[in-house]
Design a protein around this ligand. Structure first.
Ligand code: NAP
Ligand code: G4F
Length: 321
């Protein structure tokens, strides 16, 4: 059976990827960092089928030990400090996790004495103040947050290890992807949950920042399939993974409220200046042509389908609690 090591297995993408790999017949190992509270909610349904290994991106030796325990054929490096606003509050920590953590994981892969394929979770945040519309693998980066800057480092160190050491290392430049498992602080989940709670009379309003920002939003389940596809090719390469559509935060709100039968959605929104960012990424829209042509990858969930499935899931969850 093929073996995979997933860092960030307790996160949104880690949970979908673990499910996907188990279905493909992989032995799945997940890196998990010590916490005083339980962090395995997203993978609890898989807990008997995955092997969890203690380790932290900050601790080089723990990553080498994780590699020796799992002896993976494929490593998916998903762990990061992934929330953009936190990266202004904790820029050094974000750099340690999201930038240097990649080098630590790559070093652990480099010293392995068996062949390993490596996936790095790069981000459309690297395009930031976009230099081209739509964004492709060749669009120059112009990050707008300490998180985006850290991801640019992670991207280039992955390319560098591929070229320096002939590693099979791929960087997936993934645009925003969401699901009912998304962290509550990210805009789409915050909106979906608040709409569900408003519908059920549990909340009166949603406090949001910039409603005009536009993102290329897809479904996380579709995006983890692309990660795996990248590592099945003859040669390593970098790919943009996106839907090719862009929508504003306001459009997300409108569709989410419409799903529960509320048309006067603006009456429920309070703009909170504290939620505006020091530097915003105004527009993201990816061109997934290379992924479609070389990997045969296409998203299966539409924007409206995504909004509906997130609102429906939060309605069901909120109705029970
Ligand atoms: P997420 O839900 O925030 O998950 C992040 C994961 O990283 C969690 O499992 C977290 O563990 C782990 N982690 C954080 N710091 C760590 C450390 N020092 N050592 C070990 N593990 C650590 O993120 P996601 O949405 O699944 O995204 C996965 C990856 O894709 C991230 O690298 C993100 O930056 C990148 N990305 C995401 C998107 C998107 O739209 N979702 C788009 C492009 C790129 P805990 O559970 O212990 O916190
Ligand atoms: O949902 P967001 O916090 O996601 P953001 O900043 O685009 O980052 C996500 O996608 C990246 C890929 O492009 C990943 F690399 C990253 O790890 C993360 O997964 O914010 C989306 C937009 C922003 O323009 C923000 O200003 O929504 C706007 N927004 C408006 N009100 C808000 C809010 N964002 C949040 N989080 N909370 C608000 O109340």
């Amino acid at each position: 059976m093929p073996r995979a090591l997933v860092t960030g297995i307790t996160g949104q993408d880690g949970s979908y990827l673990a499910e996907f790999l188990l279905d493909k017949g992989y032995d799945v190992y997940g890196l998990i960092r010590r916490s005083s509270v339980v962090t395995d909610q997203r993978i609890r349904h898989l807990i008997d089928r995955v092997e969890l290994i203690d380790g932290d991106l900050l601790d080089q030796l723990s990553l080498i030990k994780a590699m020796r325990t799992a002896r993976p054929d494929e490593v998916y490096n998903l762990a990061a400090q992934s929330f953009v606003p936190t990266s202004w509050g904790q820029p050094v920590l974000t750099g340690e996790f999201t930038a240097l953590g990649v080098t630590k994981m790559l070093e652990a892969v480099r010293v392995a004495d068996w062949p390993v394929r490596f996936y790095q979770a790069s981000s459309s945040e690297m395009f930031g103040k976009v230099q081209e519309v739509p964004q492709t693998e060749n669009t120059p980066f112009y990050p707008r947050s300490p998180y985006g800057v850290a991801k640019v480092y992670g991207h280039w160190i992955t390319v560098n290890y591929r070229e320096s050491y002939n590693l099979y290392a791929c960087s997936g430049i993934l645009f925003n992807h969401e699901s009912p498992r998304r962290g509550l602080e990210f805009a789409p989940r915050k909106i979906a949950r608040a709409v569900a709670r408003i519908k059920l009379g549990k909340q009166m309003e949603i406090r949001l920042g910039n409603l005009d920002a536009r993102r290329d939003w897809g479904f996380a389940g579709d995006y983890v399939r692309a990660m795996w596809m990248m590592l099945q090719q003859d040669a390593p390469d970098d790919y943009v993974i996106a839907t090719g559509e862009t929508h504003s935060v306001a459009e997300f709100c409108e569709l989410a409220f419409r799903r529960v039968g509320i048309d006067n959605w603006r009456d429920y929104i309070v703009i909170d200046p504290a939620l505006l960012r020091p530097a915003e990424v105004d527009l993201l829209i990816g061109d997934p042509t290379k992924a479609r042509e070389k990997l045969g990858w296409q998203p299966e969930v539409s924007f409206e389908g995504l909004v509906n499935l997130m609102v429906d899931a939060d309605l069901a969850m909120e109705a029970q609690s």
